[in-house]
Write a protein that binds this ligand. Structure first.
Ligand code: SIN
Ligand code: CO
Length: 385
């Protein structure tokens, strides 16, 4: 799926992480891909993150799912919104909405959140930390965007929705089915349903925060260190003043602290594995019985297809030694030659055709099937059940 009249380079140069952009229906033929009832059904399921926000006057009340099946029929006339996270993991048609945005690398993509609102419903004026493309799926929504915010921007007190105290719109548009609004991180926005049956698909991105990343990278390094890796000073000189921490001691201590942190290759390997670890332990595609290489080879002779679990995260990096490292759901697979070409294919497509020429990659493919990242497409597993 491609967006027509959408200039990717121009978008990246002038809008990405810079300013909002309204893209009027760029689809060849827009079709809403999920029914409101299907969304409500997902919100009733254990293990799927969902929220219901009911508005009464100027207050918004938040409830967390899973919800009882009759919850939505109990809501009286007050405007409400239902939001369900990572719907792309369960609905292949929703996952396909990510395709036109694949010019942004996999590791920056988070998931597709889907919302449903009744007339006047919305989540209130707020800002998000991450970039988002808001695709209007069904019905209409009035979006207003405002100023750039940060952690000093005043929020309403005692509010778990992190709503803005003051919101002044600098731009306003009514989005119709197929229209897309891009909102960069930190830009205030407020979307209110115009009429019932308003569905919005949020293509959400992610970016590591420096403190989280440092903490997790350091934690990983510490895991690989020995308890007896201590400071040593066989060259110690008599201290003039016993209170002084000598510059030479600081040099050695500082080197101990940063040496491992500076290993770029080790960082790259860790980051690939870390960033490909799934956020939710859902959509488990692991087979009941592990697949064997012989079984995969038989499937290859039949020309079967392997589908990628839509909840799986795939990425690769090229090492200086020419080896390509494929990452899938937190595992790393070193690849060269035909396996490397296959790994690149796996990162760019949601399925691959198995053929006997892939014999050198069968071990890796079997491991990917057995960890639930791939599954033979014709046994029904591609629906995630
Ligand atoms: C929505 O879909 O109602 C909210 C999306 C957002 O503002 O981030
Ligand atoms: Co938002």
């Amino acid at each position: 799926m491609q967006l027509s009249d959408f200039d990717i380079d121009l978008f990246l140069r002038d809008y990405w992480q810079k300013k909002p952009l309204l893209i009027r229906n760029p689809w060849a033929k827009w079709r809403n891909v999920l029914e409101p009832d299907e969304l409500a059904g997902l919100a009733c399921e254990e293990g799927i993150e969902s929220r219901l926000i009911v508005q009464s006057g100027e207050t918004w009340v938040l409830e967390h799912g899973p919800f009882a099946e009759d919850r939505f029929s109990q809501l009286d006339g007050a405007p409400w919104t239902l939001l369900v996270q990572a719907v792309d993991h369960y609905a292949p048609d929703v996952a396909a909405l990510l395709d036109p945005f694949r010019f942004i690398p996999n590791w920056r993509i988070d998931d597709v959140m889907v919302s449903y609102a009744t007339d006047g419903g919305g989540v209130g004026p707020h800002f998000d930390q991450y970039d988002v493309f808001l695709i209007q799926g069904l019905g209409k929504r009035r979006w207003r965007v405002g100023d750039q915010c940060d952690r000093t921007t005043p929020l309403r007190p005692h509010d778990d929705l992190r709503l803005l105290t003051d919101f002044e719109a600098t731009g306003e548009w009514v989005l119709e089915p197929g229209d897309i609004l891009y909102v960069p991180p930190g830009v205030a926005h407020d979307g209110v349903a115009v009429g019932d049956d308003c569905m919005t698909y949020s293509i959400g991105f992610r970016a590591p925060s420096r403190p989280d990343m440092l903490m997790e990278w350091a934690e990983h390094l510490v895991d690989g260190m020995a308890d007896d890796d201590l400071y040593v000073d066989p060259d110690l000189k008599a201290a003039g003043n016993p209170g002084e921490i000598a510059p030479s001691a600081i040099d050695r201590l500082h080197a101990m602290a940063v040496e491992k942190l500076l290993d770029r290759d080790a960082f790259a390997r860790w980051f690939g594995q870390h960033s490909s670890t799934p956020k939710y332990a859902d959509a488990d595609w692991r087979p009941d019985e592990p697949i064997t290489i012989e079984e995969l080879q038989a499937l290859a002779r039949d020309g079967a297809t392997l589908a990628r679990n839509p909840a799986s995260r795939f990425a690769f990096l090229r090492q200086n030694d020419g080896v390509l490292l494929l990452f899938a759901d937190g595992s790393a697979f070193p690849c060269s030659g035909a396996s490397a070409a296959l790994a690149e294919q796996l990162c760019a497509q949601d399925h691959i055709l198995l053929d006997p020429s892939l014999s050198g990659a069968m071990e890796m493919l079997a491991a990917l099937v057995n960890q639930g990242s791939l599954a033979p497409a014709d046994d029904g597993d591609e629906d995630g059940d």
